[in-house]
Design a protein around this ligand. Sequence first.
Ligand code: GRF
Length: 212
Amino acid sequence: MAATPAGRAVRRLVVLVSGSGTNLQALLDEIERTGAEEYGARVVAVGADRSGVEGLARAERAGLPTFVCRVRDHATRAEWDAALAAHVAAYEPDLVISAGFMKIVGKEFLARFGGRTVNTHPALLPSFPGAHGVRDALAYGARVTGCTVHFVDDGVDTGPVIAQGVVEIRDGDDESALHERIKEVERRLLVEAVGRIARNGHRIEGRKVIIP
Ligand code: GRF
């Protein structure tokens, strides 16, 4: 592990994506802006559950190694999960960042990376978990929603909360307009939370995440 002049470790991040990768880009931009030593972490690889997505193209443009691990290339979901864990493990990450990764990881993955996999979700958990957090908040008629950065556990968006940001729902919002405003907050929140964890470490006590 590389170290800063002050002797602090630079944490290794593997980022998982499924789509446009703007959260990944926000991490890359901040690390570029501050320097990995100052930020406390660097991205060592980017993985996806599908090929051809902009998130992977962003990684390639940044000169990062990438990998694709598709469910349909494996006989069972458990085999896919073990293969994903092996891909990620090859880069020896300190933290795994699920940044718009649209798959639920399984037992093997959590056995290796549980307690150090961070996810970002576009709603204020525990409200509106699952794949359609933005659509569901709108359909419910909620007046505020937002985003949640949390550790991944074995449920769907149920792990301990690291940080949350609030976004007002405006009259006339549609899913895409609302999601864009949520993502502006989400990117800042993720960059800030990952940096704090990388620099200070963390512990999880029950449902509480403590970052000293
Ligand atoms: C984010 O809002 C994430 O929470 C959701 O999908 C979006 C991913 O955006 N699951 P991007 O790929 O980082 O641009």
